[in-house]
Design a protein around this ligand. Structure first.
Ligand code: ZN
Length: 131
């Protein structure tokens, strides 16, 4: 697998950035319409916060209606951070380039297909964690 070109990396970064904006808007809309007391208590902070460290707080609260969006947002934040630090597009397990086809399909991918397969097998997906 060849490494991403600068143009490919840039295109994926733009898609990730756009998706981040969409997710933030969705989450804010959902929270604005929520009467969950934990959310109501956070609303002022949410309105005042630009950098979305609150995504972590919300993730911890495990508010069902936004959990999936928050998870995706965190994956996107992580991917954007990897673009910043230059590690984006490199498999975290084997260090090989992840490659355009996989990243184009899943821009937040952290592993190449082979390592992702091994990871999921080791973790025993799918389904809830077993004791
Ligand atoms: Zn790998």
């Amino acid at each position: 697998m060849t490494a991403l070109s600068a143009a490919e990396r840039e295109a994926l970064g733009e898609r990730l950035g756009n998706r981040r904006q969409t997710l933030r808007a969705e989450i804010q809309t959902q929270l604005a319409n929520s009467d969950d007391p934990r959310v109501v208590g956070l609303k002022n902070e949410l309105a005042a916060t630009e950098d979305w460290v609150l995504a972590d707080i919300l993730g911890d609260l495990d508010i069902a209606m936004v959990t999936r969006d928050i998870q995706e947002l965190q994956e996107i934040e992580a991917a954007l951070a990897r673009i910043e630090d230059g590690s984006y597009g490199t498999c975290r397990d084997c260090g090989e380039p992840i490659g355009w086809p996989r990243l184009n399909a899943q821009p937040t991918a952290m592993r190449c297909i082979a390592c992702q397969g091994a990871f999921e097998t080791a973790r025993g997906k799918p389904g809830p964690p077993t004791l």
